[in-house]
Design a protein around this ligand. Structure first.
Ligand code: NI
Length: 190
């Protein structure tokens, strides 16, 4: 089932999300729906706050980067209760986008290598290291469960340049290719 994607401006995107327990209700179904939503909106990752749930769950599929990094073909993973333990290396710039912030793409500086501890869908704990674009996508989604958006990293100048666009997204004055949930229109209904 496609779940509407929470747009920029909703406070849920700024919350630090909570860990979940292995008996979290309908977890398998939630994860399936998150993958379905991510694929339908052509994203490479989706975090639970983006569907309005402030819990530490995110899914990624980096297959779209296989031309640059062939080992990413079929690289699909679910991260539950993740914690980034270490970030290393000289920071590099890459143009990021976000399903909650349609049509905004900006260069963001991040470290190229991370070590992360997380549980998989069966609640088996793993500690793994990732580099390159896999690390990049994981860092972006991880930020979502920490209440951080990639636009938070931009310089004051870049922030000014996209301010209007962000306000339009917040106010629901945009058209997106997938169904979104806007904070302002939600408030109006109450
Ligand atoms: Ni995002």
């Amino acid at each position: 089932m496609f779940l509407p994607i929470v747009a920029y401006g909703d406070p849920v995107l700024k919350e630090v999300a909570d860990d979940i327990s292995s008996d979290h209700p309908n977890l398998k179904e939630l994860i399936e729906n998150m993958y379905e939503t991510m694929y339908a909106s052509h994203g490479v990752g989706l975090a639970a706050p983006q569907i309005g749930k402030s819990i530490r769950v995110f899914v990624i599929d980096c297959s779209t980067f296989e031309e640059d990094e062939p080992e990413l073909s079929g690289f699909k993973k679910t991260f539950i209760n993740a914690e980034i333990l270490e970030e290393e290396g000289d920071a590099w710039l890459f143009k990021e986008g976000c399903l909650s912030i349609p049509e905004v793409r900006e260069e963001v500086s991040r470290h190229p290598k991370i070590t992360i501890r997380y549980c998989d869908e069966d609640f088996v704990e793993h500690t793994e290291s990732y580099e390159g674009l896999a690390a990049r996508v994981i860092q972006h989604e991880y930020d979502h469960i920490e209440g951080v958006l990639f636009t938070d990293y931009l310089s004051p100048l870049r922030k000014r340049m996209i301010k209007r666009r962000l306000e339009d997204i917040r106010d629901g004055k945009i058209k997106s290719e997938y169904r979104m949930r806007f904070y302002k229109s939600k408030r109006r209904k109450r």
